[in-house]
Design a protein around this ligand. Structure first.
Ligand code: 5GP
Length: 130
């Protein structure tokens, strides 16, 4: 990663402009799509950290986990279900990790809520300092 991602996270912030993920959802930026429905979109991370690494994002442009509202409860549950469904689709039968980075300390670099789904190899734990 990681220094690059950490550096990006120092300067990234929520913006009134469309996020890069909204542009991906709208087809303005190409991606390797994994899944789409009326509420969610999933696509492979451009900078994979494991053999399988995809992102699950809401179509609603929520900036980050710390900005969710009680009215997002159904949507947040739906994103988890989509992560589980896509993990099966991608063959992650031995398990995987779901990560949500929030804010500067969480190393968030794109301010459009997303679940990282990472797998396809044995992962370590804990993710000390990373
Ligand atoms: P964060 O650090 O915000 O939790 O994760 C953002 C992720 O989005 C990173 O893993 C990064 O590689 C990925 N990403 C950033 N820009 C693009 C892009 O244009 N296309 C795709 N597919 N992934 C991207």
């Amino acid at each position: 990663m990681a220094e690059n991602e950490q550096a990006k996270a120092q300067t990234a912030s929520p913006s009134a402009e469309e996020s890069i993920f909204t542009k991906i959802i709208n087809g303005q930026i190409p991606c390797k799509k994994v899944y789409e429905d009326d509420q969610a979109f999933a696509f492979h991370d451009i900078n994979a950290t494991a053999p399988v690494h995809f992102l699950v994002v809401p179509k609603k442009p929520i900036t980050q986990l710390s900005a969710v509202d009680p009215s997002d409860e159904q949507l947040l549950g739906h994103l988890m279900l989509v992560a589980s469904k896509c993990a099966k689709q991608e063959g992650l039968d031995e398990g995987y990790r779901v990560v949500v980075n929030d804010g500067k300390h969480g190393c968030q670099s794109v301010y459009h809520l997303h679940l990282h789904v990472i797998g396809g190899k044995q992962l370590g734990w804990p993710p000390t300092g990373n």
